[in-house]
Design a protein around this ligand. Sequence first.
Ligand SMILES: OC[C@H]1O[C@@H](O[C@H]2[C@H](O)[C@@H](O)[C@H](O[C@H]3[C@H](O)[C@@H](O)[C@H](O)O[C@@H]3CO)O[C@@H]2CO)[C@H](O)[C@@H](O)[C@@H]1O
Length: 855
Amino acid sequence: MRDAWLVALAAGAAGIANAEYHSPPSYPSPWANGAGEWAEAYQKAVAFVSELTLLEKINLTTGIGWESGQCVGNSGSIPRKNFRSLCMQDSPLGVRDTDYNTAFPGGINVGATWDVNLAYLRGKAMGEEHRGKGVDVQLGPVAGPLGRVPEGGRNWEGFAPDPVLTGQMMAYTINGIQDAGVIACAKHFIGYEQEHFRQGSQENYTISDSISENIDDKTMHELYLWPFADAVRAGVGSVMCSYNQINNSYACSNSYTLNHLLKGELGFQGFVMTDWSGQHAGVGDTLAGTDMDMPGDVAFNSGTGFWGANLTIAVLNGTVPEWRVDDMAVRIMSAFYKVGRDTNQVPINFDSWTLDTYGNEYYYAGEGYKQINQHVDVRANHAQVVREIGSRSAVLLKNVNAALPLTGREKYVAIFGEDAGANIDGVNSCSDRGCDNGTLAMGWGSGSDNFPYLVTPEQAISAEVVKNGGAFTAITDSGAIDEAKTIASQASTCIVFANADSGEGYIEVDNNWGDRNNLTLWKNGEAMIDAVAGECNNTIVVLHTVGPVLIEDWVHHPNITAVLWNGIPGQESGNSLVDVLYGTVNPGGKTPFTWGKKRSDWGTDILYVPNEGESAPQQNFTEGIFIDYRHFDKANITPTYEFGYGLSYSTFSFSDLQVQTIPAPPYVPFNGTTKSAPVLGTVLNATAYLFPDYIRRIEAFIYPWITSTNLKAASGDPHYGWPTSKYVPAGAQDGSAQKINPAGGGPGGNPALYDTVAKVTVTVKNTGAVVGDEVPQLYVSLGGPDDAPKVLRGFTRLTLQPGEETQWSTTLTRRDVSNWDVAKQNWVVTNYTKTVYVGNSSRNLPLRSTLLLKL
Ligand SMILES: OC[C@H]1O[C@@H](O[C@H]2[C@H](O)[C@@H](O)[C@H](O[C@H]3[C@H](O)[C@@H](O)[C@H](O)O[C@@H]3CO)O[C@@H]2CO)[C@H](O)[C@@H](O)[C@@H]1O
């Protein structure tokens, strides 16, 4: 336990002193109050927690250790109350580590649909599958990484490098998951923008600490915190603190981001859980705002925990006040009741560590042999959701002379590239999808799940061609360039498939440690495209990539008649694609990121080599709010395809912009005070918490009981007894009434931020001959010298019949037209002239108007 106390001193209390970027302390940790829609759940939680012993409360907060339960994370149980371990399970795209589940499209595809209803349907379906497997907390959705750097390994788990598109998708996904009766977990909080160095110990480098993502206050508020505010407003039950440091304080020890921002300013009422082994301190993390430690052991299978018995000791010796543990338990139980877990929980019927039907409940210890997998089929009709999101996320980047849709009368269709075919080793052959074999339908890491099947493009296209009476050939060996040229010279329609993959940093694929090393295609993609396009004057390129790739060198080739991006579409990949290629679905997806011409165009990059010797690498977000299209706009760089761009088989017009400003009451900084922290129990003498004789220890299991009434001996920590002032920050134990943050006061911040201040209306018309979808996009220029030329503020996906026109309206809130004022520590509407723009991409905005606010 030595490390726990030492790191608490170094990181948890006040940040590391030698750094330029410093995270200010913020204490005490705000306690839940059941505000707004949390009221009923909070009351139930308080009633439940009031009946618990200290050890039972601690069991709620502490994981039982890696591979010590059937889920990827398991809290302790409360047998006396017949309350089982809570089951925490990935992933953001389906139930991980099981069978008879659905493999949904990645978050980036949901972003590309620009359709909040599809986000909801996917969330609901995923929630139902987690519920059916017995999961209490689904570990998703993802708003961190947001996508600062296009090479970021886990960007695809989230939705887009834009806070508004991501924020809306977060909110609707959370609503879907929680409406299904499962607690959602918004992750990873915050600034987790690259895989390299996220866990100091996990890299091939001798660095002592994880990377520090150094973010200024304005950028934090206007960019990275924004989608988490939307998550909190949506009532998310849990938030996962990330592996990285923020301004040189670990995310799960960072009192500023957890206490000040998340629980204070945003008014978060649920619980903060650590990423797996993301905890770095015992007392420090508790006081800094972490509520649940996952998976509970200091290092996987170490058998020691920062909490468990050590949290018991901390309460007994007074370093952690009792009210704080009460609040942790209340937050967890509030989320539990809020989504109805008390009425809809089913037994855990799967095991994360093996698909064998029988095995050990305590996998690591090798104990508790029983049936651990019931192989429950939870898929229902969710394949339809997958197929629909797959097709509706397709972004048609190029389409010359109506090359698409195909008519079905093509005489000879040939497809090329490994990405068209199957993984010859089997669809789930690589653990956590940690390889790029065959067609890419999912990235790798904990954000993945098992495919129940994967319909490849080869299967689906060949079936369609055969059905239509055509001829078909597939060359899925990406090295077979000469053979490809021959076939390409004979075929009437050539479709080349290429991909680019990425994932989580604990797996390396083709020397990519999570983050991509570059933005080129994988598996010889460019060479195959060049070879086929050189021979076939009707070459269609289909891309399955986790984010942008460099296409400028070939996309303008005259023989390349169409380019379609389909992201990572999940198990129905081939079927979704055929729907679009043959026009059953008219593509209406819009690219959720910018396609630059060269890597340097983005202006940000992964830090691949430690820059502070053995100390924590420092990644300064010097670009501020200027990521993706905001940077391209500011630097006046013409991309290949801009954020928000995407073609249709139809055409659309925009006209008649009307901007109606709506008077709103003046913005008043919130002025209020909390009640004092509730104390819900009594702490007994240490003897009451001794490890009981009747319990047989399971190897590496984390327990709440102490081994001795001599607390120093029980801690096993030679440094035990340091003066409290050395590791307990000032004010951290204070449970008296506190002033509420003036930028706070409601879910997602000051309620006045969400006042409507303008209504924007335009006419959108389908001017083509086929039914199709269009996405009117509203951008705002805030007008100041430090502002982006424009920022997305509203969008809706519309379906219009040929010739149909509709009036599309959206509203702007005060937050939408505000800047974060670092001096005032609040949002302000500046006097700079504000402009609204409407169109169908970030660079095709034919309508504009000055916004004259009445505030
Ligand atoms: O799953 C819960 C959260 O976990 C984080 O990722 C961890 C992942 O779940 C886990 O499978 C992986 O374990 C590997 C371990 O790191 C490696 O050393 C060993 O060789 O293989 C293990 C896999 O069998 O560790 C990941 C953390 O390093 C995610 O960040 C988070 O998003 C998940 O919700």
